[in-house]
Design a binder for this molecule. Structure first.
Ligand code: AHM
Ligand code: MG
Length: 334
């Protein structure tokens, strides 16, 4: 049987027919992001060969500076999208300030925020890493984008997604009509629909947290993790512990199997470690679209009013009932 081949473009135009309110304007943007993903994926897959080929020093075989992969990924995303006329501004986890669209290119209606290579400290061990992105509508009045276009609450996102560079490369995204997953087929150079309408189980049996920090946690957090380890047939406890230390990979697994990921505030990181704009909001939008929930322990992540593009937040994300239960512990209600 010949399989149904659905590319990102086709999927978006078909979604548009099902949901007349969907505009399909993201088709081109997502395709440009997919192009960046293909290039980053190629480089990530070569990472292990760098030593073998002997160009770990300052220069590569072409006499060019060898960039760190995360800086390279940052530049690729920017270059794949700077000239399209669809974006008015960008912001990257790798850069201090917002990134204007070069004057020579037209300005557009959207702002793109991205974490070019999350978990990049894992590259040398061949662990899966990812690119995360988030798209907002331009709200400022002038022709070019400003900081205020980037500094919007997560509920204002119009699209968000991530690419996971794993045993295969996948692009998972939402434009507000459910979550779709595409797997990259390098032999044809296309991302093809492989996971339609992803839904996260209401309750999982996996917890993902860096338990090495146990001593730094507050009582509520300690009590919650102890609770997950205690046996109880009805609620499927004890849960299994799974922590890769690479957010996209931990999140992706929990999205498919069900489970909860926690990076709470602790003594050393009173605001948590992860970034609201580049990590928590995009994954929060995706998880909610899949039927899950994202919290900072006290409130819904998507409703946090951002003050700084690099601000950190505690992140508790995953299966709906698990995150709600964790909130009860973190708010000392249990
Ligand atoms: P990065 O943005 O510097 O790559 O850090 C983010 C990563 C996440 O991928 C992961 O969830 C977290 O840091 C792990 O932190 P820790 O090593 O403290 O558990
Ligand atoms: Mg990151």
């Amino acid at each position: 049987m010949v399989p149904k081949l659905v590319t990102i473009e086709r999927h978006i135009s078909e979604t548009q027919r099902k949901f007349p309110q969907a505009t399909g304007e993201f088709s081109a943007l997502l395709n440009d992001i997919a192009l960046a993903a293909k290039i980053i994926s190629r480089e990530v897959n070569k990472a292990g060969l760098v030593d073998v080929l002997g160009f770990t020093g300052e220069t590569n075989v072409h006499g060019e500076q060898v960039q760190k992969l995360d800086e390279y990924a940052d530049a690729i995303v920017f270059k794949a999208l700077d000239h399209t006329g669809r974006l008015c501004v960008m912001a990257s986890e790798e850069r201090e300030d917002i990134i204007p669209i070069p004057e020579k290119f037209p300005s557009g209606k959207y702002a793109l925020l991205y974490d070019p290579l999350d978990g990049s400290s894992n590259i040398d061990a061949n662990v899966s890493i990812g690119t995360i992105f988030s798209i907002y509508r331009k709200i400022s009045g002038g022709e070019r984008g400003l900081l205020e276009d980037c500094l919007q609450k997560g509920v204002e996102q119009v699209a968000a997604g991530y690419v996971i560079y794993g045993s295969s490369t996948m692009l998972v995204f939402t434009t507000g009509n459910g979550v779709s997953g595409f797997t990259y087929d390098p032999s044809v150079g296309e991302f093809l629909l492989s996971h339609e309408n992803i839904k996260i189980p209401k309750r999982g049996k996996i917890y993902s947290v860096n338990e090495g920090y146990y001593d730094r946690w507050d009582e509520g957090m300690k009590k919650y993790i102890t609770h997950l380890k205690q046996s109880d047939k009805e609620t499927n406890r004890p849960y299994s512990a799974r922590y890769i230390g690479s957010l996209v990979a931990d999140f992706h697994r929990n999205l498919l199997y069900g489970g909860i990921f926690l990076y709470p505030a602790d003594e050393k990181n009173p605001k948590g470690k992860l970034r609201l704009m580049y990590e928590a909001n995009p994954l929060g939008f995706i998880v909610e679209q899949a039927g899950g929930y994202a919290s900072d322990g006290q409130r819904r992540v998507l409703e946090i009013e951002p003050e700084d593009i690099h601000q950190r937040t505690p992140l508790i994300i995953g299966s709906h009932d698990d995150v709600k239960e964790a909130e009860e512990f973190l708010q000392n209600k249990r």
